[in-house]
Design a protein around this ligand. Structure first.
Ligand SMILES: Cc1ncc(COP(=O)(O)O)c(C=O)c1O
Length: 449
């Protein structure tokens, strides 16, 4: 594409694509292959975003794309409320043995993560006969009306859209920064603080008799890539069991191998009553799912769930190929090996004398990893970690410098956080290349002040 026609294409997009959509880069992506994405002006970038945690097996994985293409020639759209389709049932066959708990045996597929969260809320209300939902501060669950109402990561997602769905209560997430305690605080202490707040919420704001569910991301995503302490998850499970409250685990971002296990909740062995999945499930084809136990879903009336495109046959065929590739290509082993290399490099960077004040935290699990920088403004004047001596907007500036150097990477949360979500099957060399660019970007931006 000539540079003139490329520029006019970008201008066309600026003019006609809604301003409601944010963008990291002003460009047009034209091709994706494995860990790389190419733009219409010829630039090729190493992709540490995977379309926000979606293309876990890399762009256009040959077996996944081939399975989708084959299904395209057989049956594109069968409509799930008319009859079953083969790929829909095959996908359930593949998922059953990898569920984090054998009780999870009843499936409904939809298109997006937000829709899965909507379905989970509807199900929790019907199953328990109760209304209220407890969400966690910093949690992100989507932008549709129900999902937006339980999203607590940034006000931008609901600004100007109130009133939101009623019946949502918020408790603190066990994240040191939000609680104003140092990053080194013992996770069991942080967990106890938050479980105490949950007990108070249940006695001061929403009685267990009115509370249908607690909705948790087992590794906080958009809120800053913070792993949830096991003690906290176990404590919430106990409270749920005691009060007949359902535990909804949102694995939309942390699921499908992203954190080194098929589902992040496996680290704690806590049983979800309802689990939402999406993103990596079909490696880029729009597909999400809500899983629960049959005893619960038998309470739903036929027709209460559905959707024209829900569980589309092509997306399901792609997801079957994803599940097979996970086994055949030893993806989880690669996640663990690359994760170790990434953590080692980031911790070495953090330990450098001149960066000790600048990097507050390196955290995550598997290949869902983040670096939190200090900030001279923080989230406001009462932020316990405001540090006037460090440069401002470090995360955004580092991410931008990485872009200039050919690494596509994202920030996240209300704090100064850069997140790493590379392909799960990324090669060792590409991981090293991405790390090199990030380290260079941090050193340069900090030096510039
Ligand atoms: C944990 C979590 N839940 C739900 C969603 C919403 O998914 P979608 O954007 O597909 O609607 C996201 C999206 O980032 C997510 O990370």
């Amino acid at each position: 594409m000539s540079s003139q026609s490329y520029t006019s294409l970008v201008d066309f997009g600026r003019k006609h694509v809604t301003n409601g959509l944010g963008r990291q880069i002003e460009g047009v992506m034209t091709k994706g292959s494995g860990s790389y994405v190419t733009f219409g002006d010829g630039r090729t970038m190493l992709d540490f975003t995977t379309g926000i945690g979606v293309t876990g097996l890399g762009h256009c994985h040959p077996k996944v794309s081939a399975a989708a293409a084959k299904q395209c020639m057989e049956l594109v759209h069968g409509q799930c409320s008319l009859a079953f389709t083969g790929p829909y049932l095959q996908l359930i066959e593949r998922l059953l043995p990898i569920m984090p708990d054998p009780s999870l045996d009843s499936f409904f597929f939809w298109n997006s993560g937000s829709e899965a969260v909507e379905a989970a809320i509807k199900m929790a209300r019907t199953i328990t006969g109760k209304q209220n939902i407890i969400a966690l501060q910093g949690g992100y669950h989507g932008r549709t009306f129900g999902a937006m109402a339980v999203t607590r990561s940034k006000t931008i997602y609901s600004e100007g859209f109130h009133p939101l769905m009623p019946g949502v209560f918020t408790m603190p997430y066990p994240y040191w920064h939000q609680l104003g305690v140092p990053a080194s605080t013992d996770p069991s202490q942080i967990s106890a603080m938050c479980l105490n707040q949950l007990n108070l919420l249940l006695s001061q704001q929403t009685t267990p008799k009115d509370t249908a569910a607690i909705l948790i991301e087992p590794l906080l995503g958009e809120g800053g890539y913070v792993p949830t302490p096991v003690e906290f998850l176990k404590g919430v499970r106990e409270i749920c069991d005691k009060h007949n409250i359902l535990l909804i685990i949102d694995e939309v971002q942390s699921g499908f191998g992203r954190t080194g296990k098929m589902f992040n909740i496996e680290y704690s062995r806590v049983r979800p009553d309802i689990m939402t999945i999406a993103k990596g499930l079909a490696n880029g084809f729009p597909l999400s799912g809500v899983v629960s136990k049959k005893e619960f879903t038998d309470k739903l009336k036929p027709g209460s769930l559905g959707g024209t495109y829900a569980g589309n046959a092509v997306a399901c065929a792609a997801a079957v190929a994803v599940a097979d590739a996970f086994k055949e290509e030893k993806v989880l082993e690669n996640v663990q090996a690359r994760s170790q290399e990434l953590f080692q490099a980031l911790n070495t960077l953090r330990a450098k004398e001149h960066l000790k004040r600048t990097i507050l935290d390196v955290r995550g699990q598997g290949l869902m990893v983040s670096v939190e920088f200090a900030s001279p403004t923080g989230s406001g004047p009462y932020d316990a970690f405001v540090d006037k001596t460090v440069p401002e907007k470090l995360a955004t500036r580092v991410a931008k410098r990485c872009h200039e150097k050919g690494l596509l990477i994202l920030t996240t949360s209300v704090y100064e956080v850069v997140r790493f979500i590379p392909p799960l099957n990324i090669a060792k060399d590409d991981m090293q290349k991405g790390i090199r660019i990030f380290v260079e970007a941090v050193e340069e931006v900090v030096r510039e002040g």
